[in-house]
Design a protein around this ligand. Structure first.
Ligand code: AMP
Length: 391
């Protein structure tokens, strides 16, 4: 049986997984490289119930992809990699579905680098490295923005002069692979009861999405992955006047502001301690508690806002590292929410049960699986390619 590889390249990390390519793809192995570009690069692999770690030293994205290909060789067991699915952050206004990465598509994706300068170049570097290593494999791009391309115009625009909309300054929304997975899971779990769903993807990156009958109609993230909720190190919603102040009064340039907003803000900035929710929950300092309080406050505010977009609420889903694992955060978000129909079942929440509510609105915990969404898209493209070759 042929194998399918998924690659999910962040700015300093690459996650990967190997799947079988049957009707129901099965994950055979998974892992990640952390701390690219630093001297402490490490590749970890989970395969056959065992975890192994390999020190990489200082590696860039291309070296990282090569190390992954070496590490997964035993998993492939002499089988070819027939398709590689790549997470690509930005598909611009062009892509509302996965796309086979031809030279022409890569040239188009290159044009979106200014829209996501911190992520898109790494994604494309990983694609090129994979193309070099597996020239015969079908390479498929799965875009974080694609799931949100059906947003109505009011949720796609900013109130700027119209030429900016035409130039691509829009509310793209991100975390689309996670929301795609959750929409699919909801269609299986509760096909009748999920007309109006708000999904809270709470991880190191965090956003929320309003789904109407499984389609995204609004998201807390906008033009960049900075907007909406505060995140591990990103600021979330910010009055644009703050940026003007930073430039005019503090003399900060684009690089300094970018570092501040992407790397020094959010939970880390507010707590003065860490971007990691587990650390903050255990810290007990006033600053850590306030960082958590602000995180929860923004989630609750957005929940009300997205429920208004949907004209009511049937289901809330928690996912992502924090959403799946922190009963504390879920409990704080859902407390005193009877006015909107949410009544928390505290025992179920403490056990991380699949349903953690007892009121009119069903609150669910669903572990997300972005890798499965990527693998499924890659397999589908592979089947299309084989069917076309057979004609
Ligand atoms: P992700 O980006 O989805 O991998 O999520 C990472 C975030 O999830 C980090 O802030 C972690 O601290 C948080 N997280 C993971 N496990 C737990 C847990 N058991 N309790 C609280 N937060 C957690």
């Amino acid at each position: 049986m042929t194998r399918v590889l998924t690659l999910n390249a962040g700015s300093s990390s690459i996650k990967f997984a190997v799947f079988s390519s049957g009707d129901a793809p099965e994950e055979l192995a998974s892992g990640q490289i952390e701390s690219l570009y630093s001297f402490g690069g490490v590749l970890s692999l989970k395969w056959q119930g065992k975890k192994t770690k390999t020190e990489l030293g200082q590696a860039d994205h291309v070296e990282g992809v090569r190390a992954i290909l070496d590490a997964v060789a035993p998993v492939l067991d002499g089988q070819g990699v027939a398709a590689i699915g790549h997470r690509v952050v930005h598909g611009g206004t062009v892509y509302d579905a996965p796309a086979v990465l031809t030279d022409e598509v890569m040239a188009t994706l290159e044009k979106f680098v200014p829209l996501a300068p911190l992520h898109q170049p790494h994604n494309l570097a990983a694609v090129r490295a994979a193309m070099e290593a597996f020239p015969d494999a079908v390479q498929v791009g799965c875009f974080d923005t694609a799931f949100h391309r059906g947003h109505p115009w009011v949720n796609d625009t900013f109130a700027l002069p119209r030429r900016y909309y035409e130039a691509g300054v829009r509310r793209y929304g991100f975390h689309g692979l996670s929301y795609d997975y959750i929409a699919g899971a909801m269609a299986r779990i509760d096909p009748q009861g999920a007309d109006r769903t708000v999904v809270c993807h709470l991880g190191n990156g965090a956003s929320m999405c309003a789904l109407r009958e499984g389609q995204s109609v609004a998201s807390t993230m906008g033009f960049s992955a900075l907007d909406g909720l505060p995140m591990g190190t990103r600021c979330g919603q910010l009055d644009p006047g703050v940026m003007l102040y930073l430039m005019e009064q503090e003399g900060m340039d684009a690089k300094a502001i970018s570092d501040l907003l992407y790397k020094e803000s959010g939970l880390k900035g507010l707590s003065d301690l860490s971007n990691d929710m587990r650390v903050l929950e255990g810290a007990g300092t006033p600053e850590a508690d306030q960082a958590i309080e602000y995180f929860v406050f923004r989630i609750r505010r957005e929940l009300g806002s997205l429920a208004a977009v949907l004209g009511g609420l049937d289901t809330v889903v928690f996912t992502g590292g924090i959403g799946e694992n922190s009963a504390n955060i879920r409990g704080k978000v859902c407390s005193d929410m009877e006015w909107i129909g949410i009544t928390l079942d505290e025992a179920a929440n403490a056990e991380h049960a699949a349903v953690i509510s007892s009121g009119d609105v069903t609150v669910r915990v669903i572990p997300t699986d972005e890798e499965l969404v990527i693998a499924t898209a890659a397999i589908s493209a592979l089947e299309d390619a084989r069917a076309a070759a057979a004609e």
